[in-house]
Design a protein around this ligand. Structure first.
Ligand code: ADP
Ligand code: MG
Length: 620
């Protein structure tokens, strides 16, 4: 009874607005977890302020001092004080700007939160002002503000973090651990801003001095990575660069021999923001396959750009985990492009550098060989590419009207391009011989009815060779030529066994091999287009690739073999093609069963529709 009455007459006025300093302290619990979170917020503010040079001064792993000095735009006396207010930000003026929070995490909370749990001194001067301003604030309490002498820019010193929250101060980890977090923060911000110079001083000793670089993306990043991450020579870093309409990725990966025992050298950025995603770490490692010693992690610094709608980046300022709406697609893509980058850089499988360890007699560098030449005139047994193979591709008559337009590979449909979805009428008006251009010796560009098509020449050629090899392996015609002077090759024991195991299939591919003596094999015939000099390299590469695919992907033997041959024989990116060669490549590609993806699942082509072009030019 009594309880009921009490409930009915519950006192009013219990809900209060928290005093600001308390609110700040609570917010600080989210934003400021350790010295490294302070460093991140201060460095990001300096970058936002347009700094070209940033100096970080730390003492006692940040527990005594985290100071960031920049030469950015500075603040006038009024802003120097108000910037510590809760929700004080110059970066969001209206609701439209809120969208940017999703990507960059502006919340106007950082300085207020930091000042709630530390002793902060800010000095700032704008270029246009004669004098600077100094503001001091401790545990959200304003101490004083006065004019001062200061260089252009801003310096914020954060002392004795958690001085007023003993429980949290005691919660800080060992100086070594806190320092590790500070370094990680400094590193990811330095990596994503190579045009800015950075210096880091800890306990009066200079740890890093990184010159700014205004060179192109790749060389600037190379320089920065090699200065930041150990004693590496920039040349040992392999560039990665690929784009689809869903995702573009660029950056650098380290060679396997430089891989470390921890993940400390793995940096992933999405739309400029440092993030973590275990599955992508794994995708990169998987691309190395066997080359990576067990328990080691390769260096990488990769920048992803994609429509923010496809990625769930937690707005929370201290959380870095992300998820993609197409995790599996992104995983496959990343693994494939890193693998390709390693292959292009001759890391996979490279006989000369480190990988030769499996008992190779000849570890001398071999020039880039492309054994099966691209010229189809020497492959007369190939079916006429203008005759449709199976029922998969129907070449339109010149006057045949397009039946429907091809769906645009819009950003909403990431990787899957289903060949059956494509309208054959759209692929090429071959009767009209549309112009064909080669772009940067890597891509082939041609207009199509619905817009334009970009072909990755290497991926396309791999697809063609892969299907040819599969046909040969399945008992189709093999394209073999006898060698005038047979080649004898000695293999290490394991490889020799493998050669014997694969002998039948190798023969179907066009190799004519006989065991000779010991572990020596005599090669009397090779697939058409393979030169005598390149036989050994090709066989060794095919074996290496085969082993790798078999372990990695658990593919059937034939599939592995076909992929290996295609991979090692396809024309490289960077090979100049004549117009006729480019045309033949297109024709042959469209004669394939699955023209739209390479054997590793990457797209061989990208189509851009007129609609999309119109949209990009703001016309619809
Ligand atoms: P946010 O960065 O989300 O806007 P902060 O609390 O980090 O919120 O900073 C508040 C404001 O203080 C910023 O919007 C900016 O106007 C100003 N500010 C902070 N640091 C600097 C700096 N180093 N140089 C110039 N202005 C700064
Ligand atoms: Mg900020």
């Amino acid at each position: 009874m009594l309880e009921e009455t009490e409930a009915q007459t519950a006192p009013d006025g219990l809900v209060r607005v928290l005093p600001e300093h308390l609110a700040n302290k609570i917010a600080a619990g989210e934003v400021v977890q350790r010295p490294a979170s302070v460093l991140k917020e201060l460095m990001e503010n300096a970058l936002d302020a347009g700094a070209r040079q940033i100096t970080v001064v730390l003492q006692k792993a940040g527990s005594e001092l985290v100071q960031v000095v920049d030469d950015g735009c500075g603040m006038g006396p009024a802003d120097a004080a108000t910037c510590f207010g809760r929700h004080a930000t110059s970066k969001i003026a209206n609701a439209d700007d809120l969208e940017r929070i999703r990507t960059l995490g502006f919340r106007g909370e950082a300085l207020a939160s930091i000042a709630a749990v530390a002793q902060v001194e800010l000095k700032s001067k704008r270029r246009s002002d004669a004098a600077g301003t100094c503001v001091r604030i401790e545990g959200s309490t304003f101490v004083d503000q006065s004019p001062c002498a200061a260089p252009n820019g801003t310096s914020i010193a954060v002392r004795n973090l958690f001085f007023n929250v003993p429980a949290r101060r005691n919660f800080l980890k060992s100086p070594a651990t806190e320092f590790k977090h500070l370094i990680e923060t400094f590193q990811f911000l330095a990596l994503s801003n190579p045009a800015v110079g950075f210096t880091l001083v800890h306990d009066d000793a200079e740890v890093y001095r990184l010159a700014s670089s205004d060179e192109g993306f790749e060389s600037a990043l190379r320089q920065r990575v090699s200065q930041l991450l150990g004693d590496r020579d920039g040349a040992s870093l392999v560039p990665v660069e690929e784009a689809t309409s869903y995702l573009s990725v660029r950056g650098l990966v380290g060679r396997p021999e430089g891989a470390r025992k921890s993940r400390g050298e793995q940096f992933l950025f999405i739309n400029g923001r440092y993030v973590k995603n275990r599955s992508l770490d794994h995708a990169v490692a998987a691309a190395f396959g066997d080359l990576l010693p067990k328990g080691t992690y390769p260096l990488f610094t990769l920048f992803f750009t994609l429509d923010p709608r496809h990625v769930d980046v937690n707005v929370h300022p201290t959380k870095t985990e992300v998820k993609f709406d197409d995790e599996r697609g992104v995983y496959g893509f990343v693994r494939a492009i890193v693998k390709k980058a390693l292959g292009d850089a001759d890391v996979i499988p490279s006989l000369g550098d480190g990988f030769a360890g499996i008992g190779r007699a000849d570890a001398s560098p071999v020039p880039d060989i492309r054994p099966i030449r691209f010229d189809v005139s020497n492959t007369p047994e190939r079916p006429d590419p203008t005759v449709p193979r199976a029922a998969s591709f129907h070449m339109p008559e010149a006057d045949e009207a397009p039946r429907r337009t091809t769906p645009v590979p819009s950003s909403a449909e990431p990787f899957a391009v289903d060949p059956l979805e494509e309208s054959e009428a759209d692929t090429l008006g071959l009767g009209e011989r549309p112009p064909v251009w080669q772009l940067h010796n890597r891509y082939i560009v041609t207009p199509i009815r619905s817009g334009l098509m970009l072909l990755d020449q290497r991926a396309a050629h791999e697809r063609i060779l892969y299907e040819q090899a599969l046909t040969s392996l399945e008992g189709g015609l093999s394209l073999s030529q006898q060698l005038l002077f047979p080649v004898t090759i000695e293999f290490p024991p394991a490889d020799y066994e493998l050669i014997l195991e694969l002998a039948d299939d190798l023969q179907k591919l066009g190799f004519d091999l006989t065991p000779f003596s010991g572990r020596t094999v005599k090669v009397q015939g090779v697939p058409t287009g393979v030169s005598r000099d390149s036989v050994q390299r090709l066989l060794e590469d095919v074996l290496d690739q085969y082993k790798q695919y078999r372990n990695d992907l658990q593919l059937s033997g034939r599939d592995s073999l076909a992929k290996s041959v295609a991979r090692r024989s396809a024309i490289a990116s960077g090979t100049s093609l004549s117009e006729e060669e480019a045309r033949k490549l297109i024709d042959e590609l469209f004669a394939c069963e699955t023209p739209y993806i390479c054997p590793h699942g990457r797209p061989t082509m990208i189509k851009v529709s007129l609609d999309e072009l119109e949209r990009r030019f703001g016309k619809s």
